[in-house]
Design a protein around this ligand. Sequence first.
Ligand code: HEM
Length: 454
Amino acid sequence: WRNPRCNGKLPPGSMGFPLVGETLQFFSPSTSSDVHPFVKDRMERYGPIFKTSLVGQPVIVSANSDLNHFVFLQEGQLFQSWYPDTFTEVLGRQNLSSLHDFMYKYLKNMVLSLFGPEGLKKMIPDVERMACQTLQRWSIQETVELKDATSSLIFDLTAKKLISCEPGNASQNLRDNFVAFIQGLISFPLNIPGTAYHKCLQGRKNTMKMLKKLLNERRAAIPGKNRVDFFDFVLEELDKEGTILTEAIALDLMFALLFASYETTSLALTMAVKFLSDHPSVLRKLREEHEAILGNRENTDSGLTWKEYKSMTYTFQFINETVRLANIAPLIFRKALRDIEVKGYTIPAGWAVMVIPPAVHLNPAKYQDPLTFNPSRWEQGEINGASKNFMAFGGGMRFCIGADFAKLQMAVFLHCLVTKYRWEPIKGGNTVRTPGLQFPDGFHIRLMEKTRME
Ligand code: HEM
């Protein structure tokens, strides 16, 4: 196991122990916001490309921006999206890569219509209304645990936009099952009642049942109305002759979309508020931008417009800096489809490739004082899309379809927050990380309405 077979030269690195490889070291938690010690130590020892073995799978780790970029660009040619088997098992019958294909082949109109500029434009009033109502609720509570509270908001927003499910009992029920699913996702796979894994599988089963019920209800409703959400597009596609999209695949896709948006955007928002709490000058500048938007309006109470949203220059810099430092997706997996020669090494066919975005985002050669939170560093740089040095939303063909949706939700939420409220942190706000996951330790704040004088 120490010297795996290879028709060329493997990168340096250790394959650890038989079977477990270096799995235990990989999962050791760290509270630093720097590159996780598992990766950092090995980068120092072996350089930015090294081999290891995790849960029985040989892996090439890439902390090199050229190789990361190459991996993203070669999607479907030399590499393919891949997730560990346990992940795919609980996430759905379909493997995630084929869901991607379905989404782009059969539901491309849905992707464009919901997440393209036209769809986003239409969303602003709903997002603003839901964010304002949520903040008002928070302000009458003694304290708010932000991760949980923003997760609930994001879930409601996504469910509203994707399946027109209004916040209320149905949405709460859906979310409870979804949360049971998420909580057991990274657990020992022992399927007996009482275990987190069992609850996870039950949670997924119940969520799928509820989604199916909602889809059936939609089917029974009067046909011919305008397409407004995900289910409308699915029904239209299902009725087309020769389609190979099935109801089961559509429900898996729906589930994957809820999953992809839920943890990510809520974590980004939690970290955003934490960064604002820690950096009063950034908060001041952000507030100025949003108060100027209100100041320039004829009627202060009219809702946010697309033009106003597009004018939030500093807010977009702030969001980019937040996702750079928060490293919400700390690793991205692919699998090599054949032997690949790159940078003087061979990546053997079948090996996993683990791209490490934090190694790029925290590289001092690319970002001055990389651990310092400084939104103004984006003044000069490209703020949209991905680059060799910015891959918070991935890159290449699989660039996040929800990136603009997430940014819109964040910007509108921040607009309501900084123009109407002030807050004080009560406790928590630190993050415990493994190379693949992060858990905020519970960030509690007290939210208060801001008077005009403030
Ligand atoms: C701050 C929030 C978010 C972050 C940091 C984020 C990050 C990412 C990253 C890094 C990828 C690439 C994964 C890969 O290459 O394997 C990705 C893909 C994806 N994201 Fe997001 N995401 C966010 C929000 C969302 C939202 C709100 C949605 C949907 C409503 C979404 C839907 C997706 C989907 C469907 C993919 C897969 C695309 C594909 O395989 O082609 N994401 N995201």
